[in-house]
Design a protein around this ligand. Structure first.
Ligand code: HSE
Length: 315
C-alpha cells in the first residue's frame, strides 16, 4: 500500500454548554486528503487546493500532527527510520470557519498514516497526535474537534489529563444547520477574551445542562436536548463577535430548531433540529436573517456523521 485517499469531516465543537468537551462530526462539508508513504524521510506538503495555508511547515497543522505521529512511530519501532510522507490537501472546509478546518487536516493525516503503517495506534493516540495540530492552529491543544473527527458521532472529553474520551449515543433524527459568516475570528483571540474564573451560579446551570444533554441524547428525548442547549459561560462573551447572533438564534428556534449556539470559536453558528425537514427550514431562516446584512456567508444542512474520518481509496 503506497497511498490512501481520505475524507475528513467538518465538526462542531463546544456543543452549547459543552465548552472544550462536547463536539460532533458532520457529513458535509468534508476535506479530501491524499497521503502517500515514501522511502524518503521527512514530510512534504505537495499541494493545497481550495485555500492558502501556511507554507512554513511548523505552522501547518497537517505537518505538525503527522510529524508528531511519525516521531511516536519511530520511538515505538526503532528500525523504521526511512519513512516519509507526501500530502495533498483539498480543503473544502474553510480555515477559520469554526467548523473544524484545522482538525479535519490533522485528524485526516494521522488516521491515513495509521492505516498505511498497519494500524499501530489506537484512536485515543491518534486524537493525541492530532491535538498537537490544534495547538499550532489555536495555541491550545483542545480535543473537541479532533475527537469527533476521528471517532464520528458526538463525543465527550471527560478529562484532558489523562485523555479520556467517549463517544455518546446520537438519536438518528438529529440534524445540524450551519451558517458560516465569512468574517475572521481567530480561535486564539476568541479564547483570550474569555474569563478565567466563573461564578458558582453559572457553573451550576452549566453542569446541569451538560448532564441533561447527555441524558437527552441517550433517551432520544428531543425536548430535554432542546432545554439543555444553553451556554451561560462562553456564549454571552463570544456572541459579541458574531453579527445578528441573537436574532439568528431566536428566529431559528421560532421555526422549530431545538437550539444551538456558536460552533467552536465561531464565526459559524449551528442549530440542531429533529429531522431533515425542520433542519432545512432552519437553514432557510439562517439565509433570511443574513441576506440583508453586508456579510458574505455560506450555509450547510447535514446529518451527524457516525463514521468520522474515512478512507475512500487505496492508491
Ligand atoms: N473548544 C475550542 C474553543 C474549539 O472554543 O476554543 C475551537 O474550535
Amino acid at each position: 500500500m503506497k497511498g490512501i485517499k481520505i475524507f475528513s469531516p467538518a465538526t462542531v465543537a463546544n456543543l452549547a454548554c459543552g465548552f472544550d468537551v462536547i463536539g460532533l462530526a458532520l457529513d458535509f462539508p468534508k476535506d479530501e486528503i491524499f497521503l502517500y508513504k515514501s522511502n524518503k524521510p521527512g514530510i512534504r506538503i505537495n499541494k493545497i487546493h481550495g485555500t492558502s495555508l501556511p507554507n512554513d511547515p511548523k505552522k501547518n497543522v497537517a505537518f505538525v500532527a503527522l510529524q508528531f505521529f511519525l516521531k511516536k512511530f519511530q520511538q515505538k519501532f526503532e528500525n523504521e527510520k526511512k519513512i516519509g510522507f507526501e500530502i495533498e490537501l483539498i480543503k473544502n472546509i474553510h480555515p477559520g470557519s469554526g467548523i473544524g478546518s484545522s482538525a479535519a487536516s490533522a485528524a485526516g493525516v494521522v488516521y491515513g498514516a495509521n492505516i498505511l503503517l498497519g494500524n499501530p495506534f489506537t484512536n485515543i493516540q491518534l486524537i493525541r497526535f492530532a491535538m498537537e495540530g490544534e495547538r499550532v492552529a489555536s495555541g491550545t491543544a483542545h480535543a473537541d474537534n479532533v475527537a469527533p473527527a476521528i471517532m464520528g458521532g458526538v463525543t465527550l472529553v471527560r478529562s484532558y489529563k489523562p485523555l479520556d474520551i467517549t463517544k455518546l449515543h446520537t438519536p438518528n433524527k438529529l440534524w445540524v444547520s450551519i451558517i458560516h459568516p465569512q468574517i475572521e475570528i481567530k480561535t486564539s483571540d476568541a479564547r483570550e477574551i474569555l474569563k478565567q474564573k466563573i461564578l458558582m451560579t453559572d457553573a451550576i446551570i452549566q453542569w446541569g445542562n451538560i448532564g441533561a444533554l447527555v441524558a437527552g441524547l441517550y433517551q432520544e428525548d428531543y425536548g430535554l436536548i432542546s432545554r439543555s442547549l444553553e451556554d451561560v459561560i462562553v456564549e454571552p462573551i463570544r456572541s459579541m463577535l458574531i453579527p445578528a447572533f441573537y436574532e439568528l438564534k431566536m428566529k431559528c428556534k421560532e421555526i422549530g430548531a431545538l437550539g444551538g449556539g456558536i460552533s467552536g470559536s465561531g464565526p459559524s453558528v449551528f442549530m440542531l433540529s429533529k429531522g431533515t425537514h425542520i433542519a432545512k427550514k432552519v437553514t432557510e431562516v439562517m439565509n433570511h436573517v443574513y441576506s440583508p446584512l453586508k456579510v458574505d456567508y455560506k450555509t450547510y444542512t447535514s446529518p451527524i456523521n457516525q463514521q468520522g474520518v474515512q478512507w475512500a481509496k487505496i492508491l
